[in-house]
Design a protein around this ligand. Structure first.
Ligand SMILES: C[S@@+](CC[C@H](N)C(=O)[O-])C[C@H]1O[C@@H](n2cnc3c(N)ncnc32)[C@H](O)[C@@H]1O
Ligand SMILES: [Zn+2]
Length: 363
């Protein structure tokens, strides 16, 4: 066995490679994702009593961290369907001797956990292998009236448009490779969470979304038919020209810039993918805990809201103009009266509401 410490928790896991076939899956590269989750839960809970469900718990690292790092977590249901993972999970929970939080362990299909715990949890964290799609609708009824909900997806190729058929089959969303593929991935995942939860009359408002070798969304859910219906209005088709990179939420037909055919992507969530007030609280929370990896969150706070960002490399390749510094292009757009920012989703991206022609002029 190997001893691992992460955050304020410690676990023991079998010596094993990081693959799905591991006896109990632990991925050190997901530490940042768990760090962000702890902060989001602290901000959401603000010290109040919370009942939490970790339905795909693996080794138990996430549950143990929540118990040790989030004030107010009264009870955690840590579950894993795999017998070998459950054995490791149970041992880790027992060995940790947690005092202030009750941790229950179980070895069931996550679906059964949700069906038996209606309206029970302040937070559910869906952290599966691959896609979370099969867990979304079933988990909605387990959430309290207002709750925090997080989902990870590692089927990045399907989400970001590299595998359009898989995306259509799995998420019912038309997609293909674009210059803003990370944003397509995030918005596809958010749309999937919203659509699946809407079946249970539950809305999902994104608080923080990020893209690395996985996509991850964290948001606040509410049992509200009105809010759910309002959100649906912002789920739309986007029209994109693969020839000149023009895009708009307008209508199908020919590209107004180059006359090529526009292709539809969607329907996709076009509203905010982060909540600035919530993220500012997360940043304060992380900084006050002495946490150093806050660059992505700080950049997200500076990013704009309008979908979708442009990739400057792609635009320069296309126009054959001499590449300028990102800050100069942003400066030019601002001088022309348009809001323009970098984006936390890509080092070469800019986000602006300026019309296509103005962007090309500023290159
Ligand atoms: C990516 S791992 C979880 C990692 C863990 N959340 C962490 O932060 O380290 C996914 C886990 O879900 C479990 N699992 C897969 N399908 C399941 C299901 N339908 N119900 C319960 N557990 C399931 C697997 O056995 C595996 O341990
Ligand atoms: Zn075009």
């Amino acid at each position: 066995m190997v001893r691992i410490t992460e955050g304020k928790a410690a676990i023991e896991i079998p010596k094993q490679p990081v693959t799905r076939k591991a006896e109990a899956f632990y991925n050190p590269e997901m530490e940042y994702q768990r760090d962000i989750t702890m902060s989001a839960l602290r901000v959401f809970g603000n010290g109040k009593d919370m009942y939490v469900c970790d339905p795909l718990a693996g080794t138990g690292i996430r549950s143990l961290r929540m118990a040790a790092e989030v004030p107010g977590v009264k009870s955690i249901l840590a579950n894993d369907m795999s017998e070998s993972a459950f054995a490791v999970l149970k041992k880790n929970i027992i060995n940790a001797r947690i005092k202030d939080t009750e941790i229950y362990v179980s070895n069931r299909h996550a679906r059964d956990i949700f069906q038996e715990n209606m309206n029970a949890f302040d937070f559910i964290d869906i952290d599966p292998f691959g896609s979370p799609i099969g867990f979304l609708t079933v988990s909605a009824s387990s959430l309290k009236n207002r709750a925090l909900f997080a989902a990870t997806a590692t089927d990045t190729g399907a989400l970001c448009g590299a595998f359009p058929k898989t995306c259509l089959n799995r998420y019912s969303i038309k997609s293909f490779k674009t210059d803003f593929f990370k944003e397509v991935g995030i918005r596809t995942l958010i749309t999937a969470v919203m659509t699946e939860m809407a079946e249970e009359g539950v809305s999902f408002e994104p608080m923080y979304s990020h893209a690395n070798h996985y996509f991850r969304v964290i948001g606040i859910t509410r049992r509200s038919a009105k809010k759910t219906a309002e959100q649906r209005k912002l789920v739309k088709d986007i029209y994109y020209c693969s020839m000149c990179l023009f895009r708009s939420a307008g209508s199908a037909g020919k590209c107004p810039e180059c006359g090529s055919n526009l292709n539809a992507i969607g329907p996709l969530w076009t509203g905010k993918i982060i909540d600035r007030a919530f993220c500012r609280k997360m940043l304060n929370d992380l900084e006050s805990n002495g946490y150093k990896k806050t660059k992505e969150l700080s950049m997200a706070l500076e990013d704009g809201d309008s979908p979708f960002f442009y990739d400057l490399h792609k635009l320069y390749n296309l126009t054959k103009k001499t590449p300028q510094k990102i800050r100069d292009v942003i400066g030019c757009l601002e001088e022309n009266g348009f809001k323009a920012t970098r984006t936390y989703l890509s080092g070469t991206g800019i986000r602006t509401e300026a019309p296509y022609g103005k962007i090309i002029n500023c290159l």
